[in-house]
Design a binder for this molecule. Structure first.
Ligand code: FES
Ligand SMILES: [Fe+2]
Length: 360
């Protein structure tokens, strides 16, 4: 017997624990070029399920506001930027970077109702990307990309890509040592060498870190392959320093921006201290090959969300990195239950926690 639709709970599902956690971190939402290409219109982006209008407001800096005019709900992203504010295209109301209505053209003498405010968010530019933070109460910072400050490194930006998988799953794949032999047979691993080394994973300076020594194999000179130092400054960002056999240093950096619970957009850079004069194309082609190998597996994880319930999937000893990654996420989610001060304290004390774990 089908049950009556009247018996179905109408309680709306709230944001997930991970969504509430990620609201307190900075995320890239666009490249500067994408923002400029949209002008004079604001750029429409989605971050953690929220639709935002983002624009360069000139002296007002980069503005990011909810992409919904409070008057009659038209999207501000179909309006334009005017006098340092978002001009709605429908009846012309203007909204500043703080989300305050500063003009209602049909009522030039006012008053502007006190309720005429829309949600506005923190923004900043770093590494040629526009970053947004939805909740500024935990004093978080943009994840470091050390190659940008290293004059010996040539930094090349890869094209951002959107995959139908949650950001934590995308990132977990990036640090999954056991999949190299299978998914990247011949490019990053060997199927006849399926047992990965078990790295010593620890928390240092608020980051999750470990090292990886790949198996012996012939690789293309554009391959990012060699002794690798992994650093995760936040749970959605990875920086890998490679030492190539010939002594060259390279770096692969990525941050997965959580579009919503089931999709993410990855921003990434490849940096090298050798072959600066060489064409970048072959270096990026190698990364494109790796992404083509990953995509069908990663985007067919069902469900696309990463569950923090340790019994939902089955981990084994060789999943050490992802076990620690998930443990880190669970700790941050638990610390995030309050007003942000506990999360900030956990981020600051990550070194001590990591040392205790290594000893214990
Ligand atoms: S809907 Fe924006 S001004 Fe009317
Ligand atoms: Fe991979």
């Amino acid at each position: 017997m089908p049950t009556s639709s009247l018996t179905v709970s109408s309680e709306p599902a709230g944001p997930s624990d991970l969504t509430r956690l990620f609201e307190r971190f900075w995320h890239p939402v666009a490249t500067i070029e994408e923002l400029e290409a949209a002008a004079p219109h604001p750029l429409a982006v989605t971050l953690l399920g929220r639709r935002l209008a983002v624009a360069d407001l000139g002296a007002g800096g980069i503005g990011a506001v909810a992409d919904r005019c409070l008057h009659r709900s038209s999207k501000l992203s179909v309006g334009w930027v005017e006098d340092g504010a978002f001009r709605c295209g429908y009846h012309g109301w203007r909204w500043d970077a703080a989300g305050r209505c500063v003009e209602i053209p049909s009522m030039p003498d006012g008053p502007i109702p006190p309720r005429a405010c829309i949600p506005a968010f923190d923004t900043q530019i770093a590494y040629g990307l526009v970053w947004v933070r939805l909740d500024g109460s935990a004093d978080t910072v943009v994840p470091a990309c050390p190659a940008w400050a290293d004059a010996s490194m040539k930094v090349v930006a890869g094209g951002p890509y959107t995959w139908p998988v949650s950001a934590p799953r995308r990132v977990e794949n990036f640090v999954d040592l056991a999949h190299f032999a299978w998914v990247h047979d011949g490019s990053l691993g060997r199927r006849d060498t399926p047992v990965p080394p078990l790295p010593r994973i620890r928390r240092e300076d608020g980051e999750l870190r470990f090292e990886y020594d790949p198996p012996e194999m012939e690789t293309d000179e554009t391959a990012l392959f060699g002794f690798s130092r992994y650093r995760m400054p936040i749970p959605l960002s990875v920086s890998i320093d490679f030492e190539l056999a010939d002594g060259a240093r390279r770096n692969l950096w990525m941050t997965a921006s959580p579009v919503d619970d089931g999709s993410c957009r990855t921003f990434w850079f490849v940096s090298r201290d050798d072959r600066h004069d060489e064409d970048d194309g072959p270096h990026m082609d190698f990364q494109a090959l790796v992404l083509r190998e990953d995509e069908p597996l990663v985007t067919n994880q069902d469900p696309p969300e990463l569950s923090l319930d340790p019994t939902f999937e089955l981990s084994v000893r060789t999943d050490r990195v992802s076990i620690e990654y998930r443990r880190w996420l669970r700790e941050l989610v638990a610390a995030n239950a309050g007003d942000g001060t506990e999360l900030a304290a956990v981020l600051a004390s990550a070194r001590a926690l990591g040392e205790q774990r290594v000893q214990g």
